[in-house]
Design a protein around this ligand. Structure first.
Ligand SMILES: [Zn+2]
Length: 284
C-alpha cells in the first residue's frame, strides 16, 4: 500500500531519473484516471514538456514542467509508477504510459484503478487539488512537537481520526498512524485534545520514527526501478488483529474508528493514558 514513505521514495527516484528529461508522448489507457483537463488535452499538455522538478505534498506527486504547468499524480491506495525501457510489456493494471526522451517510459499502474493524474498551471493544480488546505508535513524539518500540539489542541475527535485528517497533519496513512500510536503508547480512541504535553512529545517522536524507518527500508513496495523495499506491510500492530503484541504479548485489538481499521495493544496503549512507559513495565 502506498503511504507517504512509499510516495516519498518514488519522488526521490523521479528526481534522480526523470527531472531534466522531456515527455515525447503520453498514452491514457483508462480515461477516468485523468481528473483534469480532458484526456486529449492532458496528452497535448505533456507532449514535449521537460520535467523541472519532483516534489511531494501529502501523497500527491508534483512534477513542475518547463511551461509553468504541473503534472500531479496520486496513487490512492495501490497505485505505482515504474521506469521501464520503451516498448515494455504493459501490465493489465496499466493506466497511463508516459514516454520519455532517451527510450524509457513511466508506467502508472493500479490494480484497483483508483490512481489519478492531472495537469494544469501550478496555481490551478493547487486550488483544485486543495493543496493549500493540507496541514504541516510530518517529514518536514518544520514539523516540531509544538506544531503537533497546536494541530491537536482543539480536536475533540479520536486520535486515530485526527491523525488521518490530512488538513491536520499531512503524512500519515492508516498503517503509519496505527504504528505511531503503538510506539507512543497512546490509545487511538482517546480525544486528540486530551494529550498532555509529554504525550504530544512522545507522539511526535513516534511519528517521525515510523516514517523515517519506512524511508530507510525503502518502503513496502517496489521503487521506480523495480527494486523491492524492505519495510513490511504488517508491522507491530497494523493488520495483526489477535496476534501477540511484540512488546507485551497481549493480543492486538481491532476496531473500526472513523470507518478505518484500527489496531492497538490494550496493555501498551492504555485507555486512561497512564502509565507513560507501559511496555517496559510489563516486561519487568
Ligand atoms: Zn503491548
Amino acid at each position: 500500500m502506498a503511504e507517504v514513505p512509499e510516495v516519498e521514495i518514488i519522488v526521490r527516484d523521479l528526481r534522480q531519473a526523470v527531472v531534466g528529461r522531456h515527455f515525447t508522448e503520453a498514452e491514457v489507457l483508462s480515461p477516468a484516471v485523468v481528473r483534469f483537463p480532458s484526456p486529449p488535452d492532458f496528452i497535448e499538455a505533456l507532449r514535449g514538456r521537460t520535467v523541472t522538478g519532483a516534489h511531494r505534498r501529502a501523497k500527491f506527486i508534483l512534477l513542475p514542467l518547463d511551461d509553468g504547468r504541473t503534472l500531479a499524480i496520486h496513487f490512492m491506495l495501490w497505485g505505482d509508477l515504474k521506469l521501464l525501457p520503451q516498448g515494455s510489456e504493459r501490465a493489465p493494471s496499466t493506466l497511463v504510459v508516459f514516454s520519455l526522451e532517451g527510450g524509457e517510459e513511466l508506467h502508472l499502474t493500479d490494480t484497483l484503478g483508483y490512481a489519478r493524474v492531472a495537469v494544469g498551471p501550478a496555481s490551478e493544480v493547487a486550488l483544485r487539488l486543495k493543496l493549500e488546505e493540507l496541514g504541516p508535513e510530518a517529514l518536514d524539518d518544520t514539523f516540531t512537537p509544538e506544531v503537533l500540539a497546536r494541530q491537536l489542541r482543539r480536536r475533540r475527535s479520536p486520535l486515530k481520526t485526527v491523525l488521518l485528517n490530512q488538513r491536520v497533519l499531512a503524512g500519515l496513512g492508516n498503517r503509519d498512524a496505527d504504528e505511531s500510536l503503538w510506539q507512543a503508547g497512546l490509545d487511538p480512541r482517546r480525544l486528540a485534545s486530551s494529550l498532555t504535553r509529554e504525550e504530544g512529545v512522545r507522539l511526535h517522536r513516534a511519528i517521525r520514527a515510523v516514517l523515517e524507518e519506512g524511508l530507510r527500508l525503502r518502503g513496502t513496495q517496489k521503487d521506480l526501478f523495480g527494486v523491492q523495499g524492505q519495510a513490511k506491510h504488517r508491522r507491530n500492530v497494523f493488520g495483526r488483529t489477535g496476534a501477540p503484541c511484540p512488546r507485551c504479548t497481549t493480543p492486538v485489538s481491532h476496531l473500526r474508528i472513523g470507518g478505518r481499521n484500527t489496531h492497538w495493544c490494550a496493555t501498551c496503549q492504555p485507555e486512561s493514558g497512564a502509565p507513560s512507559e507501559p511496555a517496559q513495565a510489563s516486561l519487568l
